[in-house]
Design a protein around this ligand. Structure first.
Ligand SMILES: *Cc1c(COP(=O)(O)O)cnc(C)c1O
Length: 373
């Protein structure tokens, strides 16, 4: 994730964040090294307990990345061979990879045309005899309709695993995402709202016995130092990442407020241009990992904005059911029309805590010009 100096407004400005953290983060990193607290250890344990407490979650464990978190969560809940997991085609491929990695099959359901997130009505239609779990993804930092999804899950006796990789501290009905389902997973990839200095992830598991299984799976199935009662793997969190994330927890709620302020600057302006954006309904507090708009002739718009020094990206141009790697699932063009429409038109504008109202005006001016307004 190298900073790209050729853009006058970058998509994300981690250097600005580092400038603020530097006086505290460098001595902290030095301490971790001096104490040789490299893997798991006290910094990870402290971060784990604070992250869980801030969410009022029942319990959780740190791990190596967000993809591993999904895998471990599914295994700990007993999802595997022969099971189907209903999820959205509009997400990063990790969501489906982890489902396949545990031997289960991803079954896609189309997204809601207003939120671009998993549509509860489509989920209901996708339920079959092999369905074991629903995996909503709070994409862009916008919460899914967890009220309806939990209703459906309870009605059909299905597990729910929330992919919160883009939605740290977002709320639905006043409650943090990640605390609705049987398990929830987070990514601390550097570009995420809460980002490590490398890869890291987290999972919440509601049932204490299953959480204990998850803890073991993360660390070679260890019962004690030399006794392994499960076949696990090495999915442990680094001490350095635990320490850095702990420090960043002091800032995350303030950063989230500033992301919301940036989204509030963007919203009326893109609305005035007549461009649809992913809608956060009134019962939700979104955390705007991404601020997206739908535009016609998207690739031209990208080209023009980039030429004006504004870094825009696309999340995501290819829905999962049309990814070459997932062709074997048997879906094709037309399987999920809403997700396909969104993928063709979606564009992510720069959003980060440090972005200024002036920069946002510049981005929107360039967007307006690029769409011929
Ligand atoms: C980033 C991301 C992941 C994977 O997280 P990693 O830490 O990169 O493994 C999973 N799901 C979604 C929606 C993501 O954005």
């Amino acid at each position: 994730m190298a900073e790209n100096k050729k853009f006058k407004i970058p998509f994300l400005d981690l250097a600005a964040q580092y400038a603020v953290l530097k006086p505290r983060v460098l001595p902290l990193i030095e301490r971790v090294i001096e104490e040789s607290a490299f893997v798991k250890g006290k910094y990870v344990a402290e971060f784990e307990s604070r992250f869980v407490k801030m969410h009022e979650a029942s319990g959780g464990v740190g791990c190596s990345n967000g993809t591993a978190a999904i895998e471990v969560a599914l295994r700990a809940l007993g999802v595997g061979e022969g099971d189907e997991v209903i999820t959205t085609p509009n997400t990063f491929i990790a969501t489906a990879e982890a489902i396949l990695e545990v031997g289960a099959r991803p079954v896609f359901a189309d997204v809601d045309p207003e939120t671009f997130l998993l549509d509860p009505a489509a989920v209901r239609r996708a339920i079959g005899p092999k369905t074991k779990a629903i995996m909503p993804v709070h994409l862009y930092g916008i919460p899914c309709d967890m009220t309806k999804l939990m209703e459906i899950a309870n009605e059909h006796g299905l597990l729910v695993v929330e992919d919160c990789a883009q939605a740290h501290f977002a709320k639905h009905g006043g409650k943090y995402v990640g605390t609705f389902g049987d398990a929830a997973t987070f990514s601390f990839y550097p570009g995420k709202n809460l980002g490590a200095y490398g890869d890291a992830g987290f999972l919440f598991v509601r049932d204490p016995a299953k959480l204990a299984v998850a803890r073991k799976l993360v660390d070679h199935g260890r019962e004690s130092k030399y006794v392994h009662d499960l076949v696990g793997a090495n999915h442990r969190m680094d001490g350095l990442q635990g320490a850095v994330l702990g420090l960043k927890l002091d800032h995350i709620l303030e950063w989230t407020k500033r992301r919301r302020a940036a989204a509030a600057e963007y919203s009326p302006r893109v609305k005035a241009l007549g461009l649809p954006t992913a809608l956060a309904r009134a019962e939700n507090e979104a955390v705007y990992h991404l601020f997206t708009v739908l535009v016609d002739d998207r690739d031209r718009v990208v080209e023009r904005m980039q030429a004006e020094g504004i870094e825009v990206l696309i999340h995501y141009p290819v829905p999962l059911h049309l990814q070459p790697a997932l062709r074997f699932l048997g879906y094709g063009e037309g399987s999920f029309p809403v997700a396909e429409r969104v993928a063709k038109a979606i564009l992510s504008l720069p959003v980060y805590p440090e972005i200024t109202p002036d920069q946002i005006r510049t981005v929107v001016d360039s967007l307006a010009k690029s769409i011929g307004r």
